[in-house]
Design a protein around this ligand. Sequence first.
Ligand SMILES: *Cc1c(COP(=O)(O)O)cnc(C)c1O
Length: 419
Amino acid sequence: MTDLSFPRPNTLSPTPIPCPTVDSLDGILPDEPLLMMGAGPVPIPAAVAHANSVVINHLGDTMARVINQVKTMARYVFQTRSNWVLGVAGPGSAAMEMAVSNLAWPGTRVLSVVNGFFSDRMAEMARRIGATVTTLDVADREIASLDTLARTIERDRPEIVTIVHGETSNTVWNRQLKDIVRIAKAAGALVVVDAVCTLSTMPLDMDAWGIDVVITGGQKGLSSIPGVSLIAFSDDAWDRVRTRTAPNTHWCLDATLAENFWHKAGYHYTAPVSGVLALHEALRLVCTETLEKRFARHQRCSLALQAGIAALGLRLYTPEDCRLNSVVGIEVPAGLTPRDVCHHISRHYQVEISGSFGLPIVRIGQMGEQCREHHLFRTVHALGRTMRDLNAKVDLPAGVAALEESLSASTRDALGASR
Ligand SMILES: *Cc1c(COP(=O)(O)O)cnc(C)c1O
Protein backbone atom coordinates (compact mmCIF):
# COMPACT_ATOMS: atom_id res chain seq x y z
CA MET A 1 0.00 0.00 0.00
CA THR A 2 1.08 3.54 -0.67
CA ASP A 3 1.98 5.55 2.40
CA LEU A 4 -0.16 8.69 2.13
CA SER A 5 1.07 10.35 5.31
CA PHE A 6 3.16 13.48 5.07
CA PRO A 7 6.88 13.05 5.56
CA ARG A 8 7.82 13.89 9.14
CA PRO A 9 11.50 14.69 9.21
CA ASN A 10 11.58 15.17 12.95
CA THR A 11 10.19 11.83 13.98
CA LEU A 12 13.60 10.26 14.26
CA SER A 13 14.85 12.56 16.99
CA PRO A 14 11.89 14.42 18.44
CA THR A 15 13.00 17.01 20.96
CA PRO A 16 9.93 18.20 22.81
CA ILE A 17 10.10 21.68 24.23
CA PRO A 18 10.71 21.21 27.95
CA CYS A 19 8.28 22.76 30.41
CA PRO A 20 9.96 25.96 31.67
CA THR A 21 10.44 26.94 35.29
CA VAL A 22 9.54 30.59 35.83
CA ASP A 23 9.04 32.97 38.72
CA SER A 24 5.57 33.87 39.88
CA LEU A 25 4.70 37.56 39.59
CA ASP A 26 5.43 37.90 43.30
CA GLY A 27 9.01 37.12 42.45
CA ILE A 28 9.13 39.71 39.66
CA LEU A 29 7.12 42.66 40.90
CA PRO A 30 8.66 44.88 43.58
CA ASP A 31 7.52 44.23 47.17
CA GLU A 32 6.30 47.79 47.41
CA PRO A 33 4.45 48.99 44.30
CA LEU A 34 6.22 51.80 42.49
CA LEU A 35 4.52 55.18 42.41
CA MET A 36 3.96 55.73 38.70
CA MET A 37 4.97 59.36 38.15
CA GLY A 38 6.40 59.05 34.65
CA ALA A 39 4.93 60.00 31.27
CA GLY A 40 2.39 57.14 31.51
CA PRO A 41 1.01 54.71 32.39
CA VAL A 42 -0.29 56.48 35.50
CA PRO A 43 -1.83 55.15 38.75
CA ILE A 44 -5.42 53.95 38.40
CA PRO A 45 -8.24 54.49 40.91
CA ALA A 46 -9.62 51.46 42.76
CA ALA A 47 -12.88 51.55 40.77
CA VAL A 48 -10.89 51.29 37.53
CA ALA A 49 -8.76 48.45 38.88
CA HIS A 50 -11.84 46.57 40.00
CA ALA A 51 -13.64 47.00 36.66
CA ASN A 52 -10.50 45.76 34.92
CA SER A 53 -10.79 42.45 36.78
CA VAL A 54 -14.27 41.71 35.42
CA VAL A 55 -15.03 39.77 32.23
CA ILE A 56 -18.47 39.93 30.63
CA ASN A 57 -19.90 38.93 27.25
CA HIS A 58 -18.57 41.28 24.59
CA LEU A 59 -21.99 41.26 22.91
CA GLY A 60 -25.44 41.54 24.43
CA ASP A 61 -27.48 43.96 26.48
CA THR A 62 -25.05 44.52 29.35
CA MET A 63 -22.20 45.43 27.03
CA ALA A 64 -24.52 47.58 24.92
CA ARG A 65 -25.42 49.66 27.96
CA VAL A 66 -21.78 50.01 28.94
CA ILE A 67 -20.82 51.08 25.42
CA ASN A 68 -23.63 53.62 25.30
CA GLN A 69 -22.50 55.23 28.52
CA VAL A 70 -18.84 55.19 27.43
CA LYS A 71 -19.82 57.09 24.28
CA THR A 72 -21.99 59.56 26.18
CA MET A 73 -19.27 60.28 28.73
CA ALA A 74 -16.61 60.45 26.01
CA ARG A 75 -18.67 63.12 24.19
CA TYR A 76 -18.54 65.20 27.35
CA VAL A 77 -14.79 64.72 27.73
CA PHE A 78 -14.15 65.50 24.03
CA GLN A 79 -16.75 68.30 24.19
CA THR A 80 -18.45 67.09 21.03
CA ARG A 81 -22.00 66.40 19.93
CA SER A 82 -20.74 64.19 17.12
CA ASN A 83 -22.25 60.74 16.99
CA TRP A 84 -18.96 59.25 15.78
CA VAL A 85 -17.21 58.29 18.97
CA LEU A 86 -15.51 54.89 18.96
CA GLY A 87 -13.22 52.86 21.17
CA VAL A 88 -10.09 51.15 19.92
CA ALA A 89 -8.48 47.98 21.22
CA GLY A 90 -4.94 49.21 21.31
CA PRO A 91 -2.64 51.94 22.56
CA GLY A 92 -2.96 55.64 21.81
CA SER A 93 -0.91 54.92 18.70
CA ALA A 94 -3.64 52.56 17.44
CA ALA A 95 -6.17 55.38 17.78
CA MET A 96 -3.69 57.60 15.93
CA GLU A 97 -3.39 55.01 13.17
CA MET A 98 -7.17 54.67 13.07
CA ALA A 99 -7.44 58.40 12.40
CA VAL A 100 -4.69 58.48 9.79
CA SER A 101 -5.51 55.24 7.98
CA ASN A 102 -9.22 55.99 7.64
CA LEU A 103 -8.78 59.54 6.40
CA ALA A 104 -5.75 59.09 4.16
CA TRP A 105 -4.83 56.75 1.32
CA PRO A 106 -2.19 56.70 -1.43
CA GLY A 107 -1.81 60.21 -2.77
CA THR A 108 -3.71 62.04 0.00
CA ARG A 109 -1.97 65.32 0.80
CA VAL A 110 -1.13 65.31 4.49
CA LEU A 111 0.61 68.08 6.40
CA SER A 112 2.01 67.08 9.78
CA VAL A 113 3.03 69.74 12.25
CA VAL A 114 5.99 68.02 13.89
CA ASN A 115 6.95 69.21 17.36
CA GLY A 116 8.69 66.04 18.43
CA PHE A 117 8.56 62.31 18.77
CA PHE A 118 4.79 61.74 18.90
CA SER A 119 3.66 64.27 16.33
CA ASP A 120 6.26 62.78 13.99
CA ARG A 121 4.64 59.38 14.47
CA MET A 122 1.49 60.59 12.70
CA ALA A 123 3.60 61.75 9.73
CA GLU A 124 5.29 58.35 9.62
CA MET A 125 1.96 56.53 9.66
CA ALA A 126 0.69 58.67 6.80
CA ARG A 127 3.87 57.97 4.80
CA ARG A 128 3.45 54.23 5.28
CA ILE A 129 -0.06 54.48 3.88
CA GLY A 130 1.37 56.08 0.75
CA ALA A 131 0.04 59.56 1.44
CA THR A 132 1.98 62.54 0.13
CA VAL A 133 3.30 63.90 3.39
CA THR A 134 4.92 67.22 4.09
CA THR A 135 5.99 68.26 7.56
CA LEU A 136 6.21 71.59 9.29
CA ASP A 137 9.17 70.94 11.55
CA VAL A 138 9.13 73.00 14.71
CA ALA A 139 12.31 73.43 16.74
CA ASP A 140 12.51 71.81 20.14
CA ARG A 141 10.95 73.94 22.89
CA GLU A 142 9.10 76.12 20.40
CA ILE A 143 5.66 76.17 18.83
CA ALA A 144 4.71 76.64 15.19
CA SER A 145 4.41 80.21 13.99
CA LEU A 146 0.92 80.87 12.65
CA ASP A 147 2.36 82.76 9.66
CA THR A 148 4.61 79.89 8.66
CA LEU A 149 1.72 77.49 9.09
CA ALA A 150 -0.58 79.61 6.92
CA ARG A 151 2.10 79.85 4.20
CA THR A 152 2.79 76.13 4.31
CA ILE A 153 -0.91 75.35 4.03
CA GLU A 154 -1.26 77.72 1.10
CA ARG A 155 1.68 76.08 -0.64
CA ASP A 156 0.81 72.42 0.01
CA ARG A 157 -3.01 72.53 0.07
CA PRO A 158 -3.25 69.59 2.50
CA GLU A 159 -6.44 67.56 2.73
CA ILE A 160 -5.46 66.45 6.22
CA VAL A 161 -3.46 68.30 8.89
CA THR A 162 -2.14 66.38 11.89
CA ILE A 163 -0.95 68.01 15.09
CA VAL A 164 -0.37 67.18 18.74
CA HIS A 165 -2.02 69.16 21.56
CA GLY A 166 0.72 68.41 24.09
CA GLU A 167 4.00 66.95 22.81
CA THR A 168 4.82 64.62 25.68
CA SER A 169 8.37 63.93 24.47
CA ASN A 170 9.79 67.44 24.87
CA THR A 171 6.97 68.76 27.08
CA VAL A 172 5.76 71.44 24.67
CA TRP A 173 2.17 72.66 24.76
CA ASN A 174 0.76 73.76 21.42
CA ARG A 175 -1.10 76.56 23.07
CA GLN A 176 -2.22 78.05 19.74
CA LEU A 177 -4.01 74.87 18.75
CA LYS A 178 -7.34 76.65 18.38
CA ASP A 179 -5.86 79.17 15.90
CA ILE A 180 -3.99 76.46 14.03
CA VAL A 181 -7.22 74.52 13.59
CA ARG A 182 -9.00 77.66 12.39
CA ILE A 183 -6.34 78.35 9.75
CA ALA A 184 -6.30 74.74 8.53
CA LYS A 185 -10.10 74.53 8.38
CA ALA A 186 -10.35 77.81 6.48
CA ALA A 187 -8.14 76.21 3.81
CA GLY A 188 -10.46 73.19 3.62
CA ALA A 189 -8.33 70.66 5.50
CA LEU A 190 -9.56 68.16 8.07
CA VAL A 191 -7.62 68.44 11.33
CA VAL A 192 -6.51 65.45 13.40
CA VAL A 193 -5.44 66.24 16.97
CA ASP A 194 -3.46 63.90 19.20
CA ALA A 195 -4.73 64.62 22.72
CA VAL A 196 -3.28 61.50 24.33
CA CYS A 197 -1.64 63.29 27.26
CA THR A 198 -3.94 66.30 27.44
CA LEU A 199 -7.51 65.04 27.24
CA SER A 200 -9.26 65.74 30.56
CA THR A 201 -6.14 67.47 31.92
CA MET A 202 -6.60 70.82 30.15
CA PRO A 203 -9.31 72.47 28.04
CA LEU A 204 -9.90 71.05 24.55
CA ASP A 205 -13.24 71.79 22.88
CA MET A 206 -13.53 69.58 19.85
CA ASP A 207 -16.69 71.15 18.38
CA ALA A 208 -16.07 74.75 19.39
CA TRP A 209 -12.55 74.65 17.97
CA GLY A 210 -13.68 72.81 14.83
CA ILE A 211 -11.44 69.78 15.26
CA ASP A 212 -12.28 66.83 12.99
CA VAL A 213 -10.63 63.96 14.81
CA VAL A 214 -9.43 63.76 18.40
CA ILE A 215 -7.59 60.72 19.67
CA THR A 216 -6.56 59.69 23.14
CA GLY A 217 -5.15 56.73 25.03
CA GLY A 218 -6.38 55.26 28.30
CA GLN A 219 -3.26 55.38 30.44
CA LYS A 220 -2.61 59.11 30.66
CA GLY A 221 -5.07 61.89 31.45
CA LEU A 222 -7.97 59.49 31.88
CA SER A 223 -6.14 57.34 34.45
CA SER A 224 -7.36 54.08 32.97
CA ILE A 225 -5.31 51.09 31.90
CA PRO A 226 -3.14 51.10 28.77
CA GLY A 227 -4.49 49.30 25.72
CA VAL A 228 -7.99 50.69 25.25
CA SER A 229 -8.25 54.06 23.53
CA LEU A 230 -10.87 56.50 22.27
CA ILE A 231 -11.38 58.39 19.03
CA ALA A 232 -14.00 60.89 17.89
CA PHE A 233 -14.69 61.90 14.27
CA SER A 234 -16.62 65.02 13.22
CA ASP A 235 -19.44 64.63 10.69
CA ASP A 236 -17.12 65.95 7.96
CA ALA A 237 -14.42 63.45 8.86
CA TRP A 238 -16.95 60.64 9.05
CA ASP A 239 -18.27 61.53 5.57
CA ARG A 240 -14.77 61.17 4.18
CA VAL A 241 -14.39 57.79 5.89
CA ARG A 242 -17.80 56.57 4.73
CA THR A 243 -17.43 57.61 1.11
CA ARG A 244 -13.87 56.51 0.40
CA THR A 245 -13.70 54.03 -2.47
CA ALA A 246 -10.88 51.67 -1.50
CA PRO A 247 -11.30 50.10 1.94
CA ASN A 248 -8.80 50.78 4.71
CA THR A 249 -6.03 48.17 4.43
CA HIS A 250 -5.92 47.97 8.25
CA TRP A 251 -8.88 45.66 8.84
CA CYS A 252 -8.87 46.00 12.63
CA LEU A 253 -8.73 49.79 12.40
CA ASP A 254 -11.39 50.18 9.70
CA ALA A 255 -13.79 52.69 11.26
CA THR A 256 -16.73 51.49 9.18
CA LEU A 257 -16.25 47.97 10.57
CA ALA A 258 -15.71 49.33 14.08
CA GLU A 259 -19.05 51.11 13.71
CA ASN A 260 -20.71 47.66 13.81
CA PHE A 261 -19.61 47.21 17.37
CA TRP A 262 -19.56 50.74 18.70
CA HIS A 263 -22.87 51.85 17.17
CA LYS A 264 -24.85 48.78 16.13
CA ALA A 265 -24.14 46.35 18.98
CA GLY A 266 -22.74 43.91 16.40
CA TYR A 267 -19.48 42.08 15.98
CA HIS A 268 -16.23 43.47 14.62
CA TYR A 269 -13.61 41.78 16.79
CA THR A 270 -13.91 40.67 20.40
CA ALA A 271 -13.65 43.91 22.31
CA PRO A 272 -11.26 44.07 25.30
CA VAL A 273 -14.25 43.91 27.66
CA SER A 274 -12.34 44.38 30.91
CA GLY A 275 -10.47 47.33 29.50
CA VAL A 276 -13.72 48.89 28.26
CA LEU A 277 -15.22 48.45 31.74
CA ALA A 278 -12.12 50.08 33.21
CA LEU A 279 -12.45 52.96 30.76
CA HIS A 280 -16.11 53.30 31.73
CA GLU A 281 -15.12 53.78 35.35
CA ALA A 282 -12.31 56.19 34.48
CA LEU A 283 -14.73 58.31 32.44
CA ARG A 284 -17.37 58.12 35.16
CA LEU A 285 -14.86 59.50 37.65
CA VAL A 286 -14.09 62.37 35.26
CA CYS A 287 -17.83 63.12 35.04
CA THR A 288 -18.20 62.96 38.83
CA GLU A 289 -15.34 65.40 39.26
CA THR A 290 -16.41 67.58 36.26
CA LEU A 291 -13.96 68.88 33.68
CA GLU A 292 -13.70 72.34 35.25
CA LYS A 293 -12.56 70.96 38.59
CA ARG A 294 -10.32 68.43 36.95
CA PHE A 295 -8.54 71.08 34.87
CA ALA A 296 -8.12 73.23 37.98
CA ARG A 297 -6.66 70.30 39.94
CA HIS A 298 -4.19 69.56 37.15
CA GLN A 299 -3.06 73.15 36.84
CA ARG A 300 -2.73 73.64 40.58
CA CYS A 301 -0.73 70.44 41.07
CA SER A 302 1.50 70.88 38.04
CA LEU A 303 2.39 74.48 38.88
CA ALA A 304 3.17 73.49 42.47
CA LEU A 305 5.37 70.66 41.23
CA GLN A 306 7.16 73.04 38.89
CA ALA A 307 7.70 75.50 41.76
CA GLY A 308 9.10 72.69 43.90
CA ILE A 309 11.48 71.53 41.19
CA ALA A 310 12.71 75.05 40.50
CA ALA A 311 13.29 75.63 44.22
CA LEU A 312 15.33 72.44 44.41
CA GLY A 313 17.64 74.28 42.04
CA LEU A 314 16.84 72.20 38.96
CA ARG A 315 15.95 73.71 35.60
CA LEU A 316 12.70 73.14 33.76
CA TYR A 317 13.31 72.21 30.12
CA THR A 318 10.57 74.15 28.34
CA PRO A 319 10.09 77.93 28.47
CA GLU A 320 6.99 79.03 30.33
CA ASP A 321 5.10 80.34 27.29
CA CYS A 322 4.81 76.89 25.72
CA ARG A 323 5.32 74.66 28.74
CA LEU A 324 3.05 71.65 29.00
CA ASN A 325 1.52 71.11 32.43
CA SER A 326 0.58 67.47 31.81
CA VAL A 327 4.20 66.31 31.67
CA VAL A 328 7.02 68.31 33.24
CA GLY A 329 10.51 68.11 31.67
CA ILE A 330 13.52 68.63 33.95
CA GLU A 331 17.09 69.15 32.80
CA VAL A 332 19.46 66.58 34.22
CA PRO A 333 22.45 68.19 36.00
CA ALA A 334 25.84 67.96 34.30
CA GLY A 335 27.61 64.67 34.88
CA LEU A 336 24.39 62.66 35.21
CA THR A 337 22.31 60.87 32.62
CA PRO A 338 18.51 60.55 32.61
CA ARG A 339 19.03 56.83 33.04
CA ASP A 340 21.07 57.32 36.26
CA VAL A 341 18.31 59.47 37.73
CA CYS A 342 15.37 57.24 36.71
CA HIS A 343 17.13 54.13 37.88
CA HIS A 344 18.12 55.56 41.26
CA ILE A 345 14.77 57.13 42.13
CA SER A 346 12.95 53.93 41.21
CA ARG A 347 15.31 51.59 43.04
CA HIS A 348 15.79 53.63 46.22
CA TYR A 349 12.58 55.64 46.53
CA GLN A 350 10.06 53.49 44.65
CA VAL A 351 9.05 56.39 42.45
CA GLU A 352 8.98 55.78 38.70
CA ILE A 353 9.75 58.71 36.38
CA SER A 354 10.72 58.81 32.69
CA GLY A 355 13.63 59.75 30.46
CA SER A 356 12.84 61.03 26.99
CA PHE A 357 14.06 59.41 23.79
CA GLY A 358 17.59 60.83 23.89
CA LEU A 359 16.83 64.31 25.25
CA PRO A 360 18.91 65.30 28.32
CA ILE A 361 15.85 65.43 30.57
CA VAL A 362 13.73 63.41 32.95
CA ARG A 363 9.97 63.78 32.88
CA ILE A 364 7.40 63.75 35.66
CA GLY A 365 3.77 63.26 34.68
CA GLN A 366 0.85 65.33 35.93
CA MET A 367 -2.01 63.36 34.45
CA GLY A 368 -5.07 62.06 36.26
CA GLU A 369 -4.20 60.37 39.55
CA GLN A 370 -0.66 61.72 39.42
CA CYS A 371 -2.12 65.10 40.40
CA ARG A 372 -2.62 64.37 44.08
CA GLU A 373 -0.84 66.38 46.76
CA HIS A 374 0.62 63.40 48.61
CA HIS A 375 2.12 62.09 45.37
CA LEU A 376 3.75 65.46 44.76
CA PHE A 377 5.42 65.58 48.16
CA ARG A 378 6.75 62.09 47.79
CA THR A 379 8.00 62.78 44.27
CA VAL A 380 9.76 66.07 45.02
CA HIS A 381 11.33 64.51 48.09
CA ALA A 382 12.46 61.44 46.16
CA LEU A 383 13.84 63.55 43.32
CA GLY A 384 15.74 65.82 45.72
CA ARG A 385 17.18 62.87 47.63
CA THR A 386 18.12 61.16 44.38
CA MET A 387 20.05 64.23 43.23
CA ARG A 388 21.84 64.43 46.58
CA ASP A 389 22.70 60.74 46.49
CA LEU A 390 24.13 61.23 43.00
CA ASN A 391 26.15 64.26 44.16
CA ALA A 392 24.18 66.92 42.34
CA LYS A 393 23.66 70.04 44.41
CA VAL A 394 20.02 70.66 45.32
CA ASP A 395 18.21 72.44 48.14
CA LEU A 396 15.80 69.75 49.26
CA PRO A 397 14.07 71.65 52.10
CA ALA A 398 13.55 74.65 49.80
CA GLY A 399 11.99 72.38 47.15
CA VAL A 400 9.52 70.82 49.59
CA ALA A 401 8.76 74.24 51.10
CA ALA A 402 8.05 75.77 47.69
CA LEU A 403 5.75 72.90 46.83
CA GLU A 404 3.85 73.41 50.08
CA GLU A 405 3.77 77.18 49.63
CA SER A 406 2.35 76.90 46.11
CA LEU A 407 -0.31 74.39 47.13
CA SER A 408 -1.35 76.45 50.17
CA ALA A 409 -1.46 79.67 48.17
CA SER A 410 -3.71 78.12 45.53
CA THR A 411 -5.96 76.66 48.25
CA ARG A 412 -6.26 80.13 49.81
CA ASP A 413 -7.09 81.60 46.40
CA ALA A 414 -9.75 78.98 45.82
CA LEU A 415 -11.26 79.51 49.28
CA GLY A 416 -11.19 83.27 48.78
CA ALA A 417 -12.90 82.94 45.43
CA SER A 418 -15.68 80.77 46.84
CA ARG A 419 -16.50 83.22 49.67
C1 LIG B 1 1.83 58.53 25.03
C2 LIG B 1 1.53 59.31 23.82
C3 LIG B 1 1.28 58.69 22.59
C4 LIG B 1 1.41 57.22 22.39
O1 LIG B 1 0.51 56.51 23.16
P1 LIG B 1 0.71 54.91 23.25
O2 LIG B 1 -0.42 54.48 24.10
O3 LIG B 1 2.07 54.69 23.82
O4 LIG B 1 0.63 54.40 21.87
C5 LIG B 1 0.95 59.48 21.52
N1 LIG B 1 0.88 60.80 21.64
C6 LIG B 1 1.10 61.44 22.79
C7 LIG B 1 0.99 62.93 22.85
C8 LIG B 1 1.43 60.71 23.93
O5 LIG B 1 1.66 61.35 25.08
